[in-house]
Ligand binder design. Structure first.
Ligand code: C2O
Ligand code: CU
Ligand code: CU
Length: 570
């Protein structure tokens, strides 16, 4: 990033903050657009952490020079000893282990040479502690987060959420995993300690000096970054040595845009016990599980009965249909997984400038990690039939069953959008204002049938009211945008939601067949993969906190291109 660019970004941020204060006087802002952020007297934290983001050099690859990364360095000031688990020689930030009910204060130090802010993806926290990009701090500044852990037991994700720099900063390493435990979880016998293992999936591309290569220019931003090297917990070619018993693996897709189709090489099905930030009511077993960026899946991997020496390989199995038709066509007959398939070449073809991003195609088959049974043990916890009590949300809980809030996905060249608009820090549409305490039905769908001028990009006067959305082309329309139609993981900040329906459409049946059994829609979610043409209905409560809560595509390149909006809870 050039200095000029950086100053412009700072200017834009401050300008946006000014406008936000004017529009929403409730925002507490200090002079000169700087956010007031101090520890609150009277808030007595159980856990206090100092978290610094700065550059570091870590041995990511097995040989050769260390890799320059951006990394979260954590220090526990107060709280249970195991609150932070440091991963040695790793770019991932420390694992943060919380207990429901804990009061937490985090001092964030920006030791980078550029702006930054942390978001706690999955945690239900006040606006001010959510890492909204309006709170982005400059190099050398500090930000204080304070919240109570209100979440039920589950797995969450923290990462940079810096305005227009999210994708690159996460790519450089600014990410980590969060666990929350509670009494209900402790009642069931799930594997703990050394049998409870993070499983963070990311893809990267390295140059011959072991340095991270990100997208150059605009190439590949529309499809999203796809690397040629798969990392698990920050390392390539990972082999887990396991005992012949059951484990809990906390899957987190921390990739910028890669979608994994998790499955065993020998066809053994996979059992899930939890999704985004919550345990399921009961385990679900599937031939494979789709995991999109931002999603988590808690897996129950049982090696009992396996002989010592057995080796199992977890793959990302092949699938099709997630990418624009043009991209898919080009992958065909090329094997789709050769390392030499550079973004430059693909970007050049067809002059679309959107196919790039590295070697390993979206949907290619590749190994993720192997598991080697190294020790026989005689007892193993049994998979519980029931996990936790689950409050199933239905249409009876919402006040807008017949008038769902729309999240319309559309793509124009270099302009992926939601509800026909790009992100703006200080704007919300009418229907994006949601009263505190309400529970809403939300419909997420593809809207590629936009006619010129129908709902213009930045014309804020042309508000698309909730009512009007009914007139939009619901999914799979063959308008001009259809050629850009691809899968988008849609993430909503704040409280978890539930998926009440998933209707396919717009994808060829044989393609849909390659993904359709891999969606676990029965649990609490904060991110949902929306395949081309699909229409998904969710129910989401907006409780406890007023303010701005983002919703966006978790393809991080899309997010930074403006595929993000926000609700204003009032
Ligand atoms: Cu994981 Cu708004 O992001
Ligand atoms: Cu989030
Ligand atoms: Cu997207």
């Amino acid at each position: 990033m050039t200095i000029k660019n950086k100053n412009r970004r700072q200017f834009l941020q401050h300008a946006a903050l000014g406008a936000a204060t004017a529009a929403f006087p409730g925002l507490v802002l200090a002079n000169k657009g700087q956010v007031k952020s101090r520890a609150t007297p009277g808030f007595n934290p159980d856990v206090e952490i100092a978290m610094t983001a700065r550059e570091g050099y870590v041995p990511v690859l097995k040989s050769g020079p260390n890799t320059r990364v951006q990394k979260y360095y954590g220090k526990l000031i107060k709280g249970p000893k195991d609150t932070l688990q440091h991963l040695k020689g790793n770019y991932l930030g420390p694992i943060i282990n919380y207990e429901k009910g804990q009061k937490v204060r985090i001092y964030f130090n920006n030791g980078l040479k550029e702006p930054s802010i942390i978001h706690w993806h999955g945690l239900h926290v006040p606006q001010k502690s959510d890492g909204h990009p309006m709170y982005t701090i400059q190099s050398g500044e500090k930000f204080v987060y304070e919240f109570e852990v209100m979440n039920r037991a589950g797995t969450s994700f923290y990462h940079s959420h810096t305005h227009e720099l999210t994708a690159e900063q996460v790519y450089q390493g600014l990410a980590g995993i969060i666990t929350v435990t509670d009494d209900e979880e402790k009642k069931i016998e799930l594997p703990t300690g050394e049998y409870d293992i993070p499983f963070v999936l990311q893809d990267r591309t390295f140059n011959n000096r072991n340095q991270l290569q990100y997208l150059k220019g605009m190439h590949g931003r529309m499809s999203g970054f796809l690397g040629d090297t798969i990392l698990v917990n920050g390392k390539p070619n990972v082999e887990f040595e396991v005992k012949s018993r059951a484990y809990r693996f906390r899957g987190l897709n921390g990739s910028n845009s890669r979608i994994y189709k998790l499955g065993w090489d020998d066809g053994t099905p996979l059992t899930a016990i939890g999704t985004d930030a919550g345990l399921l009511e009961k385990p679900e077993t599937r031939p494979y599980i789709m995991l999109a960026p931002g999603e988590r899946i808690d897996l129950w991997l049982d090696f009992s009965g396996r002989a010592v020496g057995t080796k199992l390989v977890m793959y990302s199995l092949p699938y099709t249909g997630a990418m624009p038709p043009m991209y898919e066509k080009m992958q065909k007959g090329k094997g789709g997984s050769s390392k030499g398939m550079g973004g430059g070449m693909m970007g050049g073809m067809g002059g679309m400038g959107m196919m790039g991003g590295g070697g390993l195609a979206q949907g290619a088959k590749f190994p993720i990690a192997s598991f080697k049974v190294t020790e026989k043990v005689s007892d193993s916890p049994r998979l519980p039939k029931r996990l936790v009590k689950f409050d199933r949300l239905t249409e009876r809980d919402v006040d807008n069953a017949h008038d769902p809030l729309p999240i319309a996905i559309s793509m124009k060249p270099m302009r992926p959008m939601l509800n026909g608009k790009s992100y703006s820090m200080d704007r919300v549409l009418d229907f994006e204002r949601v009263p505190l305490g309400s529970t809403k039905k939300i419909k997420i769908f593809h809207d590629h049938g936009m006619k010129k001028g129908e709902h213009g990009d930045d014309d804020e006067k042309m508000d698309m009211g909730g009512k009007k959305s009914g007139g939009m082309n619901m999914g799979g329309g063959m308008g001009g945008g259809m050629m850009f139609s691809m899968a988008h993981p849609i993430h909503l900040h704040g409280q978890q939601y539930q998926i009440i329906s998933r209707k396919p459409g717009g994808m060829r049946l044989d393609e849909y067949e390659t993904v359709k059994d891999g969606f676990i829609d029965s649990g609490w979610k904060d991110t949902v993969l929306v395949m081309p043409g699909e229409e998904i209905e969710i129910i989401k409560p907006f409780q406890d906190f007023k303010g701005f809560f983002l919703y966006h595509c978790h393809n991080l390149e899309h997010e930074d291109l403006g595929m993000m909006r926000q609700f204003y809870v009032y």
